[in-house]
Design a protein around this ligand. Structure first.
Ligand SMILES: [Zn+2]
Ligand SMILES: [Zn+2]
Length: 236
């Protein structure tokens, strides 16, 4: 009798009984079956230790040698490529909020393997106009789940985005840096803190670097960036 009730509860538990968001197969853990999970595009193992750009033998890339970003390291498990790019797009622009759990699951699984800890975990903030238009900050959900997993404190009030900058996707690398240079402000001192900033996708890393720079100006001793997927822009 008891086991029947337990079975009923388990069968109705949405986390265990979710359909795979890619192939529709039932009983998919956090919305992804094992087959589809294995198909997700992983980052190459040999990459720049600073910005995660693929490099021969894992050497420091040319950009980081010439002009290193303000963050200390970029941690990223996946490439922004099929089919993950479609999921991220549907979550962000198609308001498929149930995908928050699936995508958070991917970044927390990666975080668990890495064993890092921070004094504070923050999302990359959205400008208020963009937040009003989208209704939610896609990075906040990822950052909250990430903070929970590594037992670190979450805050979405440390910094804010001053101006609604041009979409980074339309710009080349140098323009991206200029576009976000003055976009962020940090409200409090962060003396001696190690801070993780979380976002869904990084391309040149310009946004993450601009935010890291402001946080370091407030005294943070280390700033790492954690993103779900790294895109590679054709423009350089
Ligand atoms: Zn599947
Ligand atoms: Zn690099």
């Amino acid at each position: 009798m008891m086991s029947n009730i337990r079975k009923l509860i388990i069968d109705n538990c949405s986390i265990i009984n979710q359909k795979c968001v890619l192939c529709g197969q039932p009983h998919a853990r956090e919305g992804l079956c094992d087959g589809c999970r294995a198909m997700l595009p992983r980052m190459p193992a040999e990459r720049c230790p600073r910005c995660a750009e693929p490099t021969v033998g894992g050497a420091l890339c040319g950009h980081c040698q010439r002009q290193p970003p303000a963050f200390d390291a970029l941690h990223v498990p996946y490439l922004f490529a099929y089919p993950l790019n479609g999921l991220i797009h549907a979550y962000k622009y198609g308001r498929r909020l149930q995908l928050a759990g699936t995508l958070s699951g991917l970044i927390t699984e990666f975080a668990r393997c890495q064993g890092h800890k921070y004094d504070l975990v923050i999302p990359v903030p959205l400008a208020s106009e963009r937040l009003a238009e989208r209704g939610f900050n896609q990075s906040s959900e990822l950052a909250k789940a990430f903070a929970d997993t590594i037992n670190s404190r979450f805050s979405d009030s440390l910094c804010w985005r001053k101006c609604n900058t041009l979409p980074q996707a339309s710009l080349g690398r140098a323009e991206r840096l200029r576009n976000v240079r003055h976009a962020f402000d940090v409200k409090r001192r962060c003396d001696g803190l190690s801070i993780a900033i979380v976002d869904d996708v990084a391309t040149s890393g310009a946004t993450l670097s601009a935010l890291s720079k402001m946080i370091k100006k407030q005294g943070a001793k280390r700033v790492d960036a954690w993103v779900l997927a790294r895109a590679f822009s054709l423009k350089t």
